[in-house]
Ligand binder design. Structure first.
Ligand code: NAG
Ligand code: NAG
Ligand code: NAG
Ligand code: NAG
Length: 333
């Protein structure tokens, strides 16, 4: 009898320690830029990661985060670079949101920056970049209620604007919280998510209201992660009520025909989500870092540290995170 109880107990201990052993641990890498808010991140591989943020600040590591090189982009020291896309250890583009909207490119690790996109249109506000190889899109807030989009096929050297034909609702726009509300599997038809008075999944041939929190200027989808054309996760919430978790996360396994809410949602407002694998997801926000090991159905908080954005290397399973007060971290899972 006791032997049996002990056996069950031991199995229990082994089982739970095995589960705990699989939980990724966040490793803080740098917080030297502690007056900067980082919202842009781009992971080239397990060693090379670039980040961008407020007060004209850009940085990169070439050794997996042991050492960062920091810079203030000359002539743009007061700009908020909300997104970055890095191509290698020398080449990156950075995006400043408005007045004027601006994209700069470096090919010498930030010694020099060249303007590759410049737009003074009133109301122009860029939100996010998304690239696969040299092909990429930038999304901007609606102008006359039409989403602004532009694309490049040469790594950001030149951009072609492309106004979306359908109009959005008054008060519906895109969050520039994490540089991750646009993505694609098919370059010609990107997917992007809006928020505010309404929150929608949009593409050039479809737009649908999402069953996610919406109706206020602080609510809606902040981020989309596309595992493949069928499997997507969308995350957000209400940044003015960060502790609310109701309808802050959506999953689909049929390309958006139907949406499911998680059984156990991530805790609170989240600004970025990413698939590490088909089953493993990580989300972050000012409310901490949460993970799912079952395709997004159940989430568990692994850290109370606040981060705005995260990204994973195309190969390997290292995720880098960046946020307020200069915080940069990584985790391997
Ligand atoms: C970190 O990078 C800086 C700037 O590139 C360089 O001067 C310094 O030697 C590096 N430190 C280490 C420990 O690699
Ligand atoms: C940058 O990458 C290139 C090509 O992989 C390599 O030859 C070069 O040494 C790297 N530079 C630095 C500073 O790591
Ligand atoms: C958001 O809505 C609140 C309350 O209605 C309002 O005070 C605030 O100015 C709005 N903010 C923006 C950016 O529209
Ligand atoms: C959210 O919850 C955290 C932790 O319980 C608390 O410190 C914070 O004040 C709450 N924020 C709001 C806006 O209620």
């Amino acid at each position: 009898m006791w032997q049996r109880v002990l056996q069950i107990f031991l199995i229990g201990v082994l089982f739970s320690s095995k589960i705990n052993a699989q939980l990724p641990v966040i490793q803080l890498l740098d917080s030297s830029q502690n007056t900067i808010s980082f919202r842009g991140i781009s992971v080239v591989n397990e060693d090379i990661c670039w980040v961008s943020g407020s007060k004209g600040t850009v940085g990169y590591t070439l050794d997996g985060g042991k050492n960062f090189t920091w810079m203030k982009v000359k002539g743009h020291e007061n700009r908020d670079f909300r997104d970055v896309e890095a191509f290698d250890n020398q080449t990156a583009i950075i995006m400043a949101v408005d007045a004027p909207a601006l994209i700069l490119k470096t090919t010498d690790a930030g010694k020099n920056w060249r303007t590759v996109f410049f737009d003074t249109t009133k109301g122009m506000f860029l939100d996010a970049l998304f690239f696969k190889g040299k092909k990429g899109w930038v999304i901007g807030d609606p102008i006359n209620q039409r989403p602004y989009l532009a694309f490049t096929t040469n790594g950001g050297d030149s951009w072609q604007p492309c106004i979306y034909k359908d109009t959005l609702q008054d008060g519906e726009a895109f969050f520039a919280s994490s540089g991750s509300n646009i993505g694609f599997t098919n370059f010609k038809n990107p997917l992007f998510v809006s928020g505010g008075k309404a929150s929608r999944l949009l593409s050039f041939n479809n737009q649908q209201l999402l069953p996610i929190v919406q109706g206020e200027n602080s609510t809606g989808a902040n981020s989309i992660s596309i595992y493949n054309k069928n499997i997507l996760c969308i995350i957000g919430g209400d940044f003015s009520k960060p502790n609310q978790s109701n309808t802050n996360c959506l999953l689909t396994t049929n390309g958006g025909k139907t949406w499911q809410q998680p059984q156990t949602p991530p805790i609170g407002y989240k600004s970025a989500v990413i698939f590490v694998s088909k089953q493993k997801l990580i989300a972050c926000g000012t409310t901490g870092v949460d993970i799912s090991s079952d395709g997004g159905k159940n989430w568990q908080k692994i850290s109370t540290l606040s981060f705005h954005t995260l990204q994973k290397s195309a190969k390997g399973n290292t995720v880098f995170l960046a946020g307020g007060r200069g915080k940069i971290a990584k985790l391997s899972w």
